[in-house]
Design a protein around this ligand. Structure first.
Ligand code: NAD
Length: 414
């Protein structure tokens, strides 16, 4: 299954329940604009190298479009299209005044020097600078990009348009970035996990957690949940799974990753080391948090997934057939468009601060993040109970209704 088909499947399920007219469905599914550009740089050895860059602007009915910029060798138009559409539903479900977009370049950033990465970023901005901006489309970091890439992006864009740091979010804190942006997605995953287990009548100390991926999202989620007394029994990254039935020492592991190359867990020895695939299949995990890649739970491996609760830290980690099968056997799944919305929420706070030329302290960012996510969770929970549907279908129903309403108010008829 292709990534866009998966989003379309979830959209259709909710649209059916909402009895959304066919013309409106078509309008809301199709992207406003899809751009592919050639990005050419001179490598350090003097040779030229060309890459394909994408920006898909899905929908702007509720405000300027918002979405990350990914540098990854598997980036392709289908994936970017699906992620742009997810951003529209994500910003709508947490009720941010934004639409959805996504971009990326098909490149392995690990194979680029810093100089090459900078030139690639600037060459990409040269190609798309006229279609992004603080009032139309605001990029942010995603897989393979970070605050440094955001800084280059802003600097290059400002050469054309003048000072305006609100053109991009995820900037360095000392250069118009927001305090708390880096931790925001993982922290949001933690906040929402707490809310969900409360609703399900579980206690933190008795809910054993396994987290796939120990990058930005996975490590901050682990920290938050460890501080909240959850036993984290397993974490994984590209070097394998690290397991302890007693619960891992997360502060010690965080220290270890800071001191080792590329933040990898490789070589950490104060626990059992299992193959990477073991994490998803653990029989003693109560909460599974996929926080690495898309498409990791499919019809092929769904029978081996035992956790009764799944929180989607990553975008699109579960494909529809697996999702349906797990829903039928009573697994509670917190969908990506809600679970990992903490990042875009604090990106929104950053954009607001830039536009006000004002800075919020960290405790205000954290307080408002929690308020935004908890409000969204309560609404999603209420609709899922009212209509007896999964949290995913409820989240899509809320998001679609909000985008439909904005489209109609602006004069679009179905
Ligand atoms: P990251 O690059 O910081 O971390 C990814 C982690 O996954 C790394 O630890 C890597 O080693 C691990 N990984 C890669 N392949 C793996 C595999 N096969 N098995 C186990 N681990 C593997 O990325 P991130 O920013 O943490 O993003 C993770 C996911 O969350 C992505 O799907 C991203 O789109 C989504 N997301 C991120 C944010 C954000 O603010 N960073 C916001 C919303 C959604």
């Amino acid at each position: 299954m292709r990534a866009f088909e998966a989003v379309q499947y979830y959209f259709d399920e909710a649209a059916e329940l909402l009895e959304l007219p066919p013309q409106m469905r078509e309008m809301l599914l199709m992207a406003n604009r899809e751009v592919s550009v050639q990005v050419t740089i001179e490598r350090d050895n003097g040779e030229l190298a060309s890459f394909v860059g994408y920006r898909v602007q899905h929908n702007n009915s509720r405000g300027p479009m918002k979405g990350g910029l990914r540098f990854h060798h598997e980036v392709n138009l289908d994936e970017v299209r699906s992620l742009a559409s997810l951003m529209t539903w994500k910003t709508a479900v947490v009720d941010l005044p934004y639409g959805g977009a996504k971009g990326g370049i098909g490149v392995n950033p690990r194979e680029l020097s810093m100089r090459e990465k900078e030139h690639l970023t600037r060459a990409f901005v040269d190609k798309i600078q006229d279609i992004v901006g603080p009032d139309c489309d605001i990029p942010a970091p995603d897989m393979g990009t970070d605050y440094q890439v955001m800084s280059w992006f802003r600097n290059q864009w400002e050469k054309y348009h003048g000072f305006n740091p609100a053109v991009i979010t995820g900037k360095p804190v000392e250069e118009y970035g927001a305090k708390g942006r880096e931790e925001a997605t993982g922290r949001g995953v933690g906040i929402l996990t707490m809310k969900l287990i409360g609703r399900l009548g579980r206690k933190a100390e008795k809910s054993r957690v396994a987290i796939q991926g120990f990058g930005n999202v996975g490590s901050h989620a682990a920290k938050y949940l460890h501080d909240a007394q959850f036993p984290i029994i397993a974490i994984s990254d590209i070097s394998g799974t690290y397991y302890s039935s007693e619960g891992l020492n997360i502060p010690d592991i965080l220290r270890y990753t800071l001191e080792h190359p590329n933040g990898l867990l490789e070589g950490y020895s104060h626990c059992d080391h299992l193959p990477g695939s073991a994490l998803l299949e653990l029989e003693d995990a109560d909460i599974l948090i996929p926080a690495a890649l898309g498409g990791v739970v499919t019809a092929e491996n769904v029978d081996k997934i035992h956790a009764p609760i799944i929180i989607e830290g990553a975008n699109g980690p579960i494909y529809p057939l697996a999702d349906k099968q797990m829903h039928d056997r009573g697994v509670t799944i917190m969908p990506d468009i809600l679970a990992n919305a903490g990042g875009v929420t604090v990106s929104y706070f950053e954009w607001v601060q830039n536009r006000q030329h004002y800075r919020w302290p960290l405790d205000r960012v954290r307080r408002e993040l929690e308020l935004t996510l908890v409000n969204a969770f309560e609404k999603v929970w209420e609709i899922s109970q009212q209509h007896d549907v999964s949290l995913r279908t409820a989240a899509f129903m809320i998001a679609i209704q909000r985008v439909q309403r904005a489209t109609e108010l602006a004069g679009g008829r179905s």
